[in-house]
Design a protein. Sequence first.
Length: 183
Amino acid sequence: MIKYFLSLIIILFLCEARANDKEQIILKFEKIENLSFDFEQNVNGKIEEGKCIIKYERRIYCEYLQSNNKILVSNGKSIVIKTNIGSYYRYSLNSTPLNLILDKNFILKKIKSLNEKIIDDKLIKFTLNENELKVDIFFNKNTFNLTGWQTLDIYQNLILTNIYNVKINQKIEDNIFRLPKMN
Protein backbone atom coordinates (compact mmCIF):
# COMPACT_ATOMS: atom_id res chain seq x y z
CA MET A 1 0.00 0.00 0.00
CA ILE A 2 2.82 2.38 0.85
CA LYS A 3 4.44 1.69 -2.56
CA TYR A 4 1.24 2.75 -4.34
CA PHE A 5 0.93 5.86 -2.19
CA LEU A 6 4.57 6.86 -2.89
CA SER A 7 4.08 6.17 -6.60
CA LEU A 8 1.01 8.42 -6.63
CA ILE A 9 2.90 11.23 -4.88
CA ILE A 10 5.78 10.96 -7.38
CA ILE A 11 3.38 11.03 -10.35
CA LEU A 12 1.57 14.06 -8.94
CA PHE A 13 4.89 15.81 -8.31
CA LEU A 14 6.07 15.14 -11.89
CA CYS A 15 2.78 16.39 -13.33
CA GLU A 16 3.02 19.55 -11.23
CA ALA A 17 6.63 20.12 -12.34
CA ARG A 18 5.58 19.81 -15.99
CA ALA A 19 2.69 22.22 -15.49
CA ASN A 20 5.07 24.66 -13.86
CA ASP A 21 7.44 24.47 -16.85
CA LYS A 22 4.59 25.22 -19.23
CA GLU A 23 3.29 28.04 -17.01
CA GLN A 24 6.77 29.57 -16.78
CA ILE A 25 7.14 29.48 -20.58
CA ILE A 26 3.72 31.11 -21.03
CA LEU A 27 4.41 33.84 -18.45
CA LYS A 28 7.77 34.67 -19.99
CA PHE A 29 6.57 34.54 -23.60
CA GLU A 30 3.53 36.74 -22.91
CA LYS A 31 5.87 39.61 -21.96
CA ILE A 32 7.81 39.52 -25.24
CA GLU A 33 7.11 42.27 -27.77
CA ASN A 34 10.24 41.65 -29.83
CA LEU A 35 13.34 39.48 -29.96
CA SER A 36 16.79 40.23 -31.36
CA PHE A 37 19.12 37.26 -31.72
CA ASP A 38 21.92 35.51 -33.54
CA PHE A 39 21.04 32.28 -35.27
CA GLU A 40 22.47 29.17 -36.82
CA GLN A 41 20.28 27.54 -39.41
CA ASN A 42 20.83 24.01 -40.68
CA VAL A 43 19.07 23.34 -44.01
CA ASN A 44 19.63 19.67 -44.88
CA GLY A 45 23.20 19.84 -43.53
CA LYS A 46 24.09 23.26 -44.98
CA ILE A 47 24.82 25.70 -42.13
CA GLU A 48 23.97 29.40 -42.41
CA GLU A 49 24.40 32.03 -39.71
CA GLY A 50 23.07 35.49 -39.17
CA LYS A 51 21.16 37.97 -37.06
CA CYS A 52 17.40 38.45 -36.79
CA ILE A 53 14.81 40.66 -35.24
CA ILE A 54 11.27 39.43 -34.65
CA LYS A 55 8.59 41.93 -33.77
CA TYR A 56 5.28 40.45 -32.72
CA GLU A 57 2.95 40.36 -34.49
CA ARG A 58 4.27 38.73 -37.65
CA ARG A 59 7.34 40.78 -38.59
CA ILE A 60 10.90 39.56 -39.07
CA TYR A 61 14.15 40.92 -40.45
CA CYS A 62 17.19 38.64 -40.89
CA GLU A 63 20.64 39.24 -42.32
CA TYR A 64 22.59 36.14 -43.26
CA LEU A 65 26.32 36.54 -42.61
CA GLN A 66 27.80 34.02 -45.01
CA SER A 67 29.10 34.81 -48.48
CA ASN A 68 25.59 34.99 -49.91
CA ASN A 69 24.62 37.95 -47.68
CA LYS A 70 20.94 37.30 -48.19
CA ILE A 71 18.24 39.24 -46.40
CA LEU A 72 14.85 37.91 -45.32
CA VAL A 73 12.15 40.39 -44.36
CA SER A 74 8.45 40.16 -43.59
CA ASN A 75 6.03 43.04 -43.15
CA GLY A 76 3.39 40.78 -41.63
CA LYS A 77 1.78 39.82 -44.94
CA SER A 78 4.58 38.82 -47.31
CA ILE A 79 8.12 37.53 -47.04
CA VAL A 80 10.86 38.67 -49.39
CA ILE A 81 14.23 36.96 -49.66
CA LYS A 82 16.88 39.08 -51.38
CA THR A 83 20.12 37.44 -52.47
CA ASN A 84 23.51 39.05 -53.08
CA ILE A 85 23.08 38.63 -56.85
CA GLY A 86 20.02 40.84 -56.84
CA SER A 87 17.39 38.10 -57.04
CA TYR A 88 14.18 38.54 -55.09
CA TYR A 89 11.82 35.79 -53.99
CA ARG A 90 8.43 36.82 -52.62
CA TYR A 91 6.04 34.53 -50.75
CA SER A 92 2.77 34.99 -48.92
CA LEU A 93 3.53 34.74 -45.20
CA ASN A 94 0.44 32.56 -44.74
CA SER A 95 1.94 29.85 -46.94
CA THR A 96 5.09 29.43 -44.82
CA PRO A 97 5.86 28.00 -41.37
CA LEU A 98 7.11 31.47 -40.38
CA ASN A 99 3.44 32.44 -40.25
CA LEU A 100 3.16 30.26 -37.13
CA ILE A 101 6.51 31.27 -35.62
CA LEU A 102 5.74 34.99 -35.96
CA ASP A 103 2.26 34.76 -34.42
CA LYS A 104 2.77 35.09 -30.66
CA ASN A 105 -0.93 34.74 -29.83
CA PHE A 106 -1.15 31.53 -31.86
CA ILE A 107 1.94 30.11 -30.11
CA LEU A 108 0.55 30.95 -26.67
CA LYS A 109 -2.86 29.46 -27.48
CA LYS A 110 -1.28 26.26 -28.77
CA ILE A 111 1.17 25.90 -25.86
CA LYS A 112 -1.73 26.19 -23.41
CA SER A 113 -3.52 23.29 -25.07
CA LEU A 114 -0.55 21.02 -25.92
CA ASN A 115 1.52 18.58 -23.94
CA GLU A 116 5.21 19.30 -24.03
CA LYS A 117 8.01 16.84 -24.69
CA ILE A 118 11.25 17.03 -22.71
CA ILE A 119 14.38 16.43 -24.82
CA ASP A 120 17.63 15.34 -23.10
CA ASP A 121 16.41 17.09 -19.92
CA LYS A 122 17.53 20.37 -21.57
CA LEU A 123 14.78 21.40 -23.98
CA ILE A 124 11.02 21.60 -23.90
CA LYS A 125 9.39 20.99 -27.28
CA PHE A 126 5.90 21.84 -28.50
CA THR A 127 4.66 20.75 -31.93
CA LEU A 128 2.41 23.33 -33.58
CA ASN A 129 0.15 22.22 -36.46
CA GLU A 130 -2.11 24.49 -38.45
CA ASN A 131 -3.38 24.44 -42.04
CA GLU A 132 -0.92 21.75 -43.17
CA LEU A 133 1.99 23.66 -41.60
CA LYS A 134 4.03 22.10 -38.80
CA VAL A 135 6.60 23.71 -36.51
CA ASP A 136 8.47 22.20 -33.58
CA ILE A 137 9.29 25.03 -31.20
CA PHE A 138 11.94 24.65 -28.48
CA PHE A 139 12.43 26.33 -25.10
CA ASN A 140 15.33 26.00 -22.65
CA LYS A 141 14.21 23.82 -19.73
CA ASN A 142 16.10 25.91 -17.15
CA THR A 143 15.49 29.48 -18.36
CA PHE A 144 12.22 28.91 -20.30
CA ASN A 145 13.61 31.08 -23.12
CA LEU A 146 12.87 30.34 -26.76
CA THR A 147 15.88 28.51 -28.24
CA GLY A 148 14.73 27.74 -31.78
CA TRP A 149 12.42 25.84 -34.08
CA GLN A 150 12.33 23.11 -36.69
CA THR A 151 10.25 23.22 -39.89
CA LEU A 152 10.00 22.04 -43.46
CA ASP A 153 10.33 24.75 -46.10
CA ILE A 154 8.20 24.99 -49.23
CA TYR A 155 10.61 22.59 -50.97
CA GLN A 156 10.29 20.07 -48.09
CA ASN A 157 13.81 20.75 -46.81
CA LEU A 158 14.25 20.17 -43.08
CA ILE A 159 15.28 23.45 -41.43
CA LEU A 160 16.57 23.57 -37.85
CA THR A 161 17.07 27.08 -36.48
CA ASN A 162 18.94 27.57 -33.19
CA ILE A 163 18.86 31.03 -31.67
CA TYR A 164 21.26 32.50 -29.10
CA ASN A 165 22.40 35.86 -27.68
CA VAL A 166 18.70 36.68 -27.38
CA LYS A 167 17.72 40.19 -26.35
CA ILE A 168 14.11 40.86 -25.42
CA ASN A 169 12.08 44.03 -25.94
CA GLN A 170 14.79 46.21 -27.46
CA LYS A 171 14.01 49.50 -29.20
CA ILE A 172 13.40 48.68 -32.88
CA GLU A 173 12.80 50.92 -35.86
CA ASP A 174 9.73 49.77 -37.80
CA ASN A 175 11.22 50.76 -41.15
CA ILE A 176 13.44 47.65 -41.19
CA PHE A 177 10.31 45.59 -41.86
CA ARG A 178 9.60 47.36 -45.15
CA LEU A 179 9.84 45.01 -48.08
CA PRO A 180 12.63 45.87 -50.53
CA LYS A 181 11.57 47.28 -53.88
CA MET A 182 11.63 44.59 -56.52
CA ASN A 183 13.39 45.35 -59.80
